[in-house]
Design a protein. Structure first.
Length: 267
C-alpha cells in the first residue's frame, strides 16, 4: 500500500508540474492583452545602473537551473513540501498575469535608434540615457561573444512588457523561501541565489528596482500563506535525499533546462 500511495503521489505531482507548465505558456499571451497603455517605473537609480552582459549567465542559466532543480527535488524526494511550493508558484503567476493586464509596465531596453540630428539634440537634453541605449544596442548587435549573443536572444524572444511584478524575482524568492522552510541551513545557498537573480535582472536591463521589490514581496506573502495557512508544514522533518540522489536530480534538471533552452530560445 505504501508503494502504491507513493506512486500515486508522484503521478499527482507530475500532473501539477504539467499544470504549472501550461500556466507558464500563458505568459506570452498575456503581453498582448492590457487594459491601459504601458507605464514606466524608472527611477534615477535605474537609469544609473549599467548594462552588464555577463550577468545574463545568472539571469538565464542559474535561474532556470534553480527552478528545474527545485521542482524535481520537491516533486520526487521531498514530496511533503511539494504542494506548498507548486501552488505558491501557480498563484504567483496568476496574480502577476492579472497585474500585467490591469497595469502593464514596460521596460526600456537598449535598442533606441536616432533618425535625425534633432533626435540627438532633443534626447541629449531630455534624457541622455536614450543615447546611451543606442550605443549599448550597437554594442550588443555587433558583438558575437556568448554574453552579448545570449542577451540578444533574450531581447528578441522575451516581451518588454510583463515587468511588474518581476517573475524572476518572485519565483526565485519563492523557491529560496521553500528551501529555507524545509531546512534553515539551506537558506545559506538559496537566498544568495535569489538575490543574485534579482540583481541580474537589473544588470541585463530586463527589470527596474520596483519590479524586483514587488516580485519578492508577492512571493513572500503567497509563500507564507501556503506554507503556514493552507498546508501544514510536516511536524517531523522528512529524511533528506542521499548525495547521489541529489546529484541525479541536478543532472536531470540540467537536461530539462537544456531542452527548454533549445525549444524557447533557439527554435
Amino acid at each position: 500500500m505504501g508503494n502504491n500511495s507513493g506512486k500515486r503521489e508522484i503521478v499527482k505531482n507530475l500532473f501539477l508540474l504539467l499544470l504549472y507548465l501550461l500556466v507558464n505558456v500563458m505568459y506570452g499571451y498575456v503581453a498582448s492583452v492590457h487594459l491601459t497603455e504601458p507605464h514606466f517605473l524608472f527611477t534615477p537609480i535605474d537609469w544609473a545602473i549599467p548594462l552588464n552582459p555577463p550577468s545574463v549567465v545568472i539571469y538565464i542559466y542559474l535561474f532556470y537551473s534553480f527552478v528545474f532543480f527545485a521542482l524535481l527535488y520537491y516533486a520526487t524526494f521531498q514530496r511533503a513540501y511539494f504542494n506548498q511550493l507548486i501552488f505558491s508558484l501557480i498563484t504567483i503567476h496568476l496574480v502577476s498575469y492579472i497585474v500585467y493586464i490591469i497595469y502593464p509596465v514596460m521596460m526600456i531596453r537598449p535598442y533606441w535608434a536616432p533618425t535625425s540630428l534633432f533626435d540627438w539634440v532633443f534626447w541629449y537634453y531630455v534624457n541622455p540615457q536614450y543615447l546611451q541605449n543606442w550605443l549599448l544596442y550597437n554594442s550588443i548587435y555587433s558583438n558575437l561573444d556568448p554574453f552579448h549573443w545570449s542577451l540578444w536572444i533574450v531581447y528578441a524572444k522575451d516581451t518588454p512588457l510583463n515587468c511588474f511584478p518581476s517573475l524572476h524575482a518572485a519565483v526565485s524568492t519563492m523557491i529560496a523561501y521553500g528551501f529555507w522552510q524545509e531546512k534553515r541551513s539551506y537558506g545559506w545557498i538559496s537566498w544568495p541565489i535569489a538575490v543574485a537573480v534579482m540583481i541580474s535582472t537589473l544588470l541585463v536591463r530586463q527589470h527596474v528596482i520596483l519590479d524586483e521589490i514587488s516580485g519578492a514581496t508577492l512571493a513572500l506573502i503567497i509563500g507564507y500563506t501556503f506554507y503556514k495557512k493552507v498546508f501544514k508544514t510536516p511536524e517531523n522533518q522528512p529524511e533528506s535525499p542521499k548525495p547521489l540522489q541529489t546529484i541525479l536530480i541536478l543532472v536531470v534538471a540540467e537536461i530539462m533546462f537544456v531542452l527548454y533552452l533549445y525549444v524557447y530560445f533557439i527554435l
